[in-house]
Design a protein around this ligand. Structure first.
Ligand code: C2E
Ligand code: CA
Ligand code: CA
Length: 621
């Protein structure tokens, strides 16, 4: 507060030439702007901009003061207006002209609601009266409507009272910013992230979100909850014989039929392909599952008319129950999937999960059993995928990705054993092994003159382990690694599983000097508002959006909006999944900071990467 005060004072002295005595209006002016901006935003850039602003009192001041005032108000990027006790506009800057489309000469002297439509149902109508009653009001993301044109948008800002020399309220001052574009971008991203574009049904993320919510709010209440996973029988053949376009129409029609038979609080979602799920969060009794399944089967009975052609459709459904078959979204989905496959195999229409089904997956069991040994006996190894800076085109680091060459099953993709490792707790020794190996490798590269910081992926479980930061500190000591050479990649889902604990651990990691990146951004289910609070340095846009950019305009819009938003929040942006030069160029024009993907290089073993660094067009600085 004092700092702003003295900064403003200094600025005013500069504007008005003299130092002492200041015009008597100045202290009031300082206070008005001061209070205004303290409310508006406390960050530095705002603080600096606050120096450019002025207030009502100056109108009555000396002429050179007025000239200075006009310069200040007219050059502000924000909208500034003042009004008198009758709510008539007395100041209307070009910023307001830009926002409302109403010019200064039309606005001055008009009543508050001659320009803004009277916002009956919303809080805005109070802004003027409450300001005149002496309150300072902060407006966050408020809707405005312009009376004449009906133009709508969003603003944020704040209203504060203006007082005369004797301290009586003579009107109000508002400083507002049009945030319509930002809101729209946020909404687009939010919508794309949570809804399936084909069927307009909730997608996997939204389902995940609802599942988590249902688990959190319903746990302990004893009401059964069920997750149904449905997969069409022979959809591939339909697609192959009728074409993808008709296949899509069928899925769309199926989506609408499901929407018609299921209502809130149930959620119908499309996971992708011909896979749909139904979440029944509050069953009165278990038997109701059969009623719901009957409704679904009835909805599929009549043939689908696709471009005039009737198509018969059948489906298999697997059911998992909470908490009997799983206590988190991943395990419930996995169990419903197992039950669905069983239902398909046996042609039984639908089945509720049973442990017996899992015994039939010897590969999965064998993998779980052998993972511990693999970690201890160094059967795992790391591949490294380079990341490049899009401006300089230099390689600026690598991501470590774990690999398992199983003696019997051959190459096992990480997606397959990471989940098992999480479920069995083996994720802790696994993470330590990966970190140790990656840090040693980074050190080894340094010793040969290669500066290659390494990014390592963490699992949700690592972020919920309060000993993890200590283990990491110890590893840094043992390997002689430096925190700035290491970046940790975490996902939103990992954080959201237990936000408080995760946030505490993330904060500790940050204070240790480690950099953090939010991985798979865009497919997570946390809100953008939440991102503002996360102490991460970087976001990695999920490869699904980046890959789709080539053919899907919506995906390109998401990527661009995400880059802009992240930059607004002071975050660096990495795009992963860059598979073509065209996408790389597009990302450059979007202002993306870094890129990673098959176009530059697949993840490679150490030797191959070292060779690649020498031979490829991408080099180390
Ligand atoms: P991720 O962290 O999103 O890693 C990127 C994945 O995208 C890698 O798959 C990589 O090979 C792949 N990728 C890279 N560039 C491209 C591209 O241009 N196009 C396409 N289509 N894909 C690309 P990978 O190695 O199979 O890893 C899969 C996931 O397994 C990782 O996703 C990460 O979530 C997990 N994972 C891998 N290593 C570890 C680890 O050490 N610890 C933990 N907790 N998870 C790991
Ligand atoms: Ca990653
Ligand atoms: Ca990723």
């Amino acid at each position: 507060m004092d700092k702003i005060h003295s900064l403003l004072l200094r600025q005013i002295k500069r504007y008005f030439g003299s130092t002492d005595p200041l015009p008597k209006e100045c202290p009031d002016f300082i206070n008005a702007v001061n209070n205004a901006y303290l409310q508006f935003d406390s960050d530095r850039s705002m603080l600096e901009r606050s120096l450019e602003l002025s207030s009502q009192e100056l109108i009555h001041a000396s002429s050179h003061m007025r000239a200075a005032y006009e310069r200040i108000v007219n050059s502000s990027v924000d909208g500034i207006f003042a009004f008198d006790r009758d709510c008539r506009y007395t100041v209307w800057n070009p910023g307001m002209e830009r926002i409302t489309g109403v010019s200064e000469d039309k606005a001055l002297g008009k009543g508050a609601f001659d320009i803004f439509s009277p916002f009956q149902e919303t809080a805005e109508s109070r802004f003027f009266s409450e300001t005149l009653a002496g309150k300072t009001i902060v407006a966050e993301e408020k809707l405005y409507t312009i009376s004449g044109t009906g133009k709508q948008g969003f603003f944020e800002g704040h209203f504060s009272p203006l007082r005369d020399e004797s301290g009586d309220i003579m009107g109000g001052l508002a400083i507002i910013r049009d945030i319509t574009e930002r809101k729209r971008a946020e909404e687009t991203i939010q919508h794309m992230a949570f809804y399936d574009t084909l069927t307009e049904l909730p997608n996997r993320n939204m389902l995940y979100d609802r599942l988590l919510n249902a688990i959190r709010t319903d746990s302990g209440r004893g009401k059964p909850m069920a997750l149904l996973l449905m997969d069409l029988d022979h959809f591939k053949e339909i697609n192959d014989t009728m074409g993808h376009h008709r296949g899509d129409l069928l899925l769309k029609e199926l989506g609408s039929r499901l929407k018609c038979v299921l209502f809130a609080p149930d959620t119908v979602a499309r996971l992708g392909g011909d896979e749909f799920t139904v979440l029944l969060p509050r069953l009165a009794k278990l038997e109701d599952i059969h009623v719901v399944i009957q409704k679904i089967q009835d909805a599929l009975k009549s043939p689908f008319m696709i471009e005039g052609q009737p198509v018969e459709v059948e489906a298999s459904i697997g059911v998992a129950l909470y908490p009997d078959h799983g206590e988190n979204p991943d395990s419930l989905l996995q169990r419903a999937d197992v039950a669905m496959y069983r239902a398909k195999e046996t042609g039984s229409g639908y089945l509720i999960y049973d442990v017996k089904f899992d015994e039939h997956s010897p590969r999965r069991l064998a993998l779980i059993g052998e993972l511990r040994q693999a970690i201890e006996k160094d059967q795992l190894f790391l591949h490294y995928q380079p990341k490049i800076n899009l401006k300089t085109k230099y390689v600026i680091g690598v991501e470590a990705l774990v690999r398992w060459q199983h003696p019997k099953y051959g190459f096992v993709p990480p997606d397959e054993f990471i989940l098992s490792a999480e479920q069995t707790g083996l994720i802790h020794p696994l993470a330590r092994w990966v970190l140790k190996t990656a840090m040693r490798q980074s050190q080894a590269w340094r010793q040969t003159g290669l500066n290659l910081p390494v990014s390592v992926n963490l699992s949700a479980r690592n972020l919920h382990d309060s000993q993890f930061p200590d283990h990491l500190a110890e590893l840094l000591k043992i390997t002689g690694g430096m925190p700035e050479q290491l970046e940790l990649e975490i996902t939103e889902s990992a954080i959201m599983a237990d936000p408080q604990r995760a946030l505490e651990i993330i904060t500790r990691l940050r204070t240790m000097g480690l950099r953090l990146a939010l991985d798979d951004f865009g497919i997570g289910y946390s809100s953008l508002a939440y991102l503002k609070k996360l102490p991460v340095n970087t976001i990695k846009i999920d490869k699904s959006f980046v890959i789709d950019m080539a053919k899907d305009e919506d995906a390109a819009v998401i990527v661009l909006s995400t880059i802009n938003l992240a930059h607004n929040l002071g975050l660096k942006v990495v795009a992963e999944g860059v598979e073509t030069e065209k996408i790389l160029d597009k990302l450059s024009t979007f202002g993306c900071d870094e890129a990673q993907g098959y176009y530059m290089s697949k993840p490679l073993p150490v030797d191959a990467l070292t060779r690649w660094l020498k031979e490829s067009p991408w080099r180390l600085k």
